[in-house]
Design a protein around this ligand. Structure first.
Ligand code: FAD
Ligand code: EPU
Length: 344
């Protein structure tokens, strides 16, 4: 019988899927070697960090390539610290490391699961800060040519939960990320649950601690309950459509975007379809945050979770005429599945 490898501990949804092989790369040259070896056999390759933004819908017929390239190198000048960080460092450990070294700037992005290499892909963001605000460059290997390319922040074309990497996953392996943190620190307290804090007295460590508490109150711990954070992105709509909705739902929360459009809260839309806490087989909507789907006892299948997501998608579309887009990447037998195939 052919050997197969368990992926349950490699995805935070804790879905019980299998792959043909799993390899771990600690250096750029081994990453490329592993990738080429699998590719030459005509097998698909999926580069993974912590598996905290994916949902396996089926077993994976190829190689899982874990990027564990380490290293945190810090230099400084009069005005800023420059960090060059290996893709295989854990993001939340990086945040703690900088706070301990009295280097502020990452505290709003505390406790986000996953590895540094995945952070630019969807331009991670939380509590008023996005990676794009502190990212100087992203180093990636072009898997076809084997060449390393440095993308400047503007070349990454970061947007809300989006970047140039998001739509060409099989083309690049991110190997390191450059961050630039200003020495003149100003707390970012725009998020409503931080707005009461005293911006003249607060320290980076205190901001970190507040965010730690907020996150642990709202979001399930993947060690206990399978989940991948927000399942859908918050929808961004034009102002005309938004005004029509506000007439019917005057209490609907919204956020102005720089381009004049309006961001709505997908969690609010789902909750107002009366779905908070909704149970679907072994999958469910988290009772404290409707945007988070959970694998309650870690026995749900990927397709069960996807069926729940489709149910939510249809309910929100029927009630608000808004079509949610998944943030989580759907992984099938041969690689990523275009969400349009599922959500139509
Ligand atoms: P993975 O899930 O391993 O990979 C994600 C995608 O990127 C996959 O398609 C993979 O193939 C690809 N990939 C990974 N690494 C590389 C690489 N080095 N090169 C090329 N491709 C690669 N996200 C936020 O933005 N904000 C939040 O506040 C937030 N909160 C969360 C809370 C919880 C409890 C959970 C479970 C998730 C949360 N997330 C949040 C989502 C998730 O943490 C981020 O998307 C994170 O960056 C994913 O990192 P990862 O290493 O686990 O990526
Ligand atoms: N809301 C509800 N009901 C819910 C959930 C939310 O009404 O069940 C409403 C509330 O009005 C709340 C608003 O939605 O004020 C926003 O909710 P919250 O602050 O919890 O944030 P979110 O928009 O649901 C986003 C990110 C999170 C990030 C937080 C904090 C997305 C898709 N999600 O969630 O990121 O941690 O803001 O900044 O943008 C992730 O990407 O995986 C993730 C967890």
């Amino acid at each position: 019988m052919e050997r197969r490898f368990q992926l349950k501990s490699l995805n935070t949804f804790s879905v019980n899927a299998f792959s043909k092989s799993i390899v771990t790369a600690h250096h750029e040259h081994t990453l490329l070697k592993f990738w080429r070896k699998a590719y030459s056999k005509g097998k698909p390759v999926l580069i993974l960090g912590g598996g905290s933004n994916i949902l396996f819908l089926e077993n994976y017929s190829g190689t899982i390539l874990l990027n564990r390239i380490k290293g945190i190198f810090i230099t400084e000048n009069k005005t800023e610290w420059q960090l060059h960080v290996g893709a295989g460092e854990k993001w939340d450990e990086l945040v703690v490391h900088t706070i301990k070294k009295n280097i502020p700037g990452l505290e709003n992005l505390a406790c986000i699961p996953g590895y540094v290499g995945a952070a630019p892909i969807q331009n991670i963001g939380a509590y008023g800060v996005e990676l794009s605000q502190i990212c100087e460059y992203v180093d990636a290997i072009d898997l076809c040519s084997g060449k390393k390319i440095r993308f400047t922040c503007s070349e990454c074309d970061f947007k809300y939960r989006d970047s140039i990497f998001r739509n060409c996953l099989e083309k690049y392996a991110i190997v390191s990320v450059g961050l630039r943190l200003r020495k003149r620190w100003k707390p970012i307290l725009d998020y409503h649950e931080l707005a009461h804090l005293d911006k003249f007295r607060i320290t980076p460590r205190q901001v970190f601690n507040f965010i730690y508490i907020i996150r642990h109150k709202k979001l399930p711990d993947p060690v206990l309950v399978g989940n991948a954070g927000s399942f859908f992105k918050n929808p961004i709509i034009d102002i005309k459509t938004a005004r029509c909705l506000f007439q019917i739902y005057p209490n609907m929360p919204y956020y102005y975007q720089k381009d004049g459009r309006i961001k709505l809260s997908a969690g609010w839309l789902i909750e107002h379809c009366q779905l908070k806490g909704y149970v679907f087989g072994e999958a469910a909507i988290y009772p404290k945050q409707a945007l988070v789907l959970i694998n309650r006892k870690k026995i749900a299948t990927g397709t069960e979770i996807a069926a729940l997501a489709l149910y939510i998608y249809n309910k929100v579309a029927d009630k608000f005429n808004i079509y949610l887009q998944p943030e989580v990447r759907l992984i099938g037998n041969y690689g990523e599945i275009n969400p349009k195939k599922l959500f139509m």
